[in-house]
Design a protein around this ligand. Structure first.
Ligand code: SAM
Length: 267
């Protein structure tokens, strides 16, 4: 049986509500602000690694802007798609199939990013800490690791959001997405939910319906902080509630915050 991650073009279409160039611009602004180097501040990053990159949209955008970009993902379909898309777009992208808890690329990067809650695929504290240690081991001195997670309010607020639905259309192809159903429950002990996912695509041949169950591990802000301290080698330098830099920065505590974006600097 294949799941949503085995259909990279459908996944990319489903996630096309994002403004990837704008987010990439903010990631670069944060790197300029928070990265340090031998001569402070660290200046614009030259190398970037996207972890659990899926179709590697951000890595491709970094490459388009002249950075030496690498994308890593466990899923072979995602890796093949990312490499093919980069080739079609004429951008240089190194693609590595590996596990974000175990990779060893033998080199370091000025900037590492993990986007769109991909750390929710780290199911245990051991996996999370192993992941943070691998990220730390791949950062240049003063380098920055940016982790985008969903906002804890989604699961801990007065009205927990266990299900979301949205529609997108690109080039006449439409996707109706349901990520999580109201009956999906977060296990109060393991903090894992089996999110039922349905994506319906119309406008490209026969209508296509993909149904999947995607395990999701909820990480709270305080658990994240504790995992970072346990892992060592990284320090939290900022947290934001959305993509916005400078005077557009959104605090994690802002009522309008809807992401938990953590900036970690190599200690
Ligand atoms: C929600 S998708 C996000 C993809 C991408 N970060 C984005 O912003 O579109 C999660 C991705 O994590 C990958 N993944 C899950 N577990 C992984 C692991 N242990 N190591 C590397 N990649 C993993 C999946 O294959 C999938 O492509």
């Amino acid at each position: 049986m294949t799941g949503i991650y085995d259909h990279p073009w459908v996944y990319e279409l489903a996630c096309s509500f994002r403004d990837v160039p704008a987010e990439t611009g903010v990631l670069l602004a944060w790197a300029a602000e928070h990265r340090t180097g031998e001569h402070r501040p660290g200046g614009p990053p030259a190398t970037v690694l996207e972890l659990a990159a899926g179709p590697a949209e951000h890595a491709r955008e970094f490459a388009r802007r002249g950075l030496a970009a690498t994308a890593l993902d466990l899923n072979p379909e995602m890796c093949a798609y990312a490499a093919g898309a980069a080739k079609r777009q004429g951008v240089e992208l190194a693609v590595v199939r590996d596990d974000m808890t175990r990779f060893d690329l033998g080199r370091r990067f000025d900037l590492i990013v993990t986007m769109l809650d991909s750390t929710s695929h780290l199911m245990t504290l051991d996996a999370f800490v192993a992941h943070l240690r691998r990220a730390a081991a791949h950062l240049s001195p003063g380098g920055l690791y940016v982790m985008e997670m969903s906002h804890p309010r989604d699961r801990l607020g007065d009205e927990p959001t266990v299900s979301t639905g949205w529609s997108v259309e690109r080039g006449g192809v439409r996707a109706d997405v349901r990520w999580g159903e109201p009956s999906d429950r977060l296990d109060p002990v393991t903090q894992i939910a089996d999110d039922h996912v349905t994506v319906t695509v119309e406008g490209r041949g026969e209508p296509l319906v993909i149904r999947d169950v995607v395990p999701y591990r909820f990480w709270s802000a305080t658990e994240l902080d504790a995992a970072v301290r346990l892992a060592g080698g990284l320090a939290v330098v900022a947290q934001y509630g959305d993509f916005g830099a400078g005077e557009d920065a959104v605090a994690l505590t802002d009522p309008g915050a809807w992401r938990m974006i953590t900036l970690l600097r190599a200690a």
